[in-house]
Design a binder for this molecule. Structure first.
Ligand code: NI
Length: 176
């Protein structure tokens, strides 16, 4: 397993639409998912899409356990949202590609999803609560959409400027 670099805004790769995985879940794909999970834990974060490490494939990893002792990783290959309920609720979201920026996004409170798991088995289940928020956020990544794209243009610009500025400061500190 290896920790990969997480791309941050305004990297144009993050705007790419990811393509479906063909040929099922292979060992090569599992190795990629292992790297994604390790990268996510290291960050630390609760979800990561492959495009965030520069791989434009429809793959997501997630762990909502909030516990280092009792990890509960989930893997999603070619996930689809089959159905959503009408009721929406705001949740304060963040993203590893937009460090230290948080804002509320309204999303459906429940959605029915279908995906292939780590072993290549097809799973169909309803996601609700934080699970519903996270899977919808991550699936947006597969379409090249970031949570700040759901905000006003001004908030979006501010968020990108904040990340750029933090990056400039970090590189200065490294150089000094
Ligand atoms: Ni994200």
């Amino acid at each position: 397993m290896a920790i990969r670099e997480i791309l941050t805004v305004p990297d144009p790769v993050l705007k790419q639409v990811s393509t479906p995985v063909e040929g099922g879940v292979t060992d090569e794909l599992r190795a990629l998912m292992d790297d994604m999970l390790e990268t996510m834990y290291d960050a630390p974060g609760i979800g990561l899409a492959a495009i965030q490490i520069g791989v434009p494939k429809r793959i997501i990893v997630m762990d909502l356990s909030h516990s280092e002792e009792k990890r509960a990783p989930k893997y999603f290959v070619n996930p689809e949202i089959l159905e959503t309920v009408e009721e929406t609720t705001p949740y304060e979201e963040g993203c590893l590609s937009i460090p230290d920026v948080f804002d509320e996004v309204d999303r459906p409170v429940k959605c029915l999803i279908r995906y292939l798991d780590y072993d290549g088995n097809q799973v169909e289940e309803w996601a609700e609560g934080l699970y519903a928020v996270c899977i919808q956020h991550e699936m947006d990544h597969l379409e090249g959409t970031l949570f700040i794209d759901h905000l006003s243009r001004l908030k979006r610009q501010r968020a990108v400027e904040k990340v750029k500025k933090a990056k400039r400061l970090a590189s200065k500190t490294k150089a000094a």
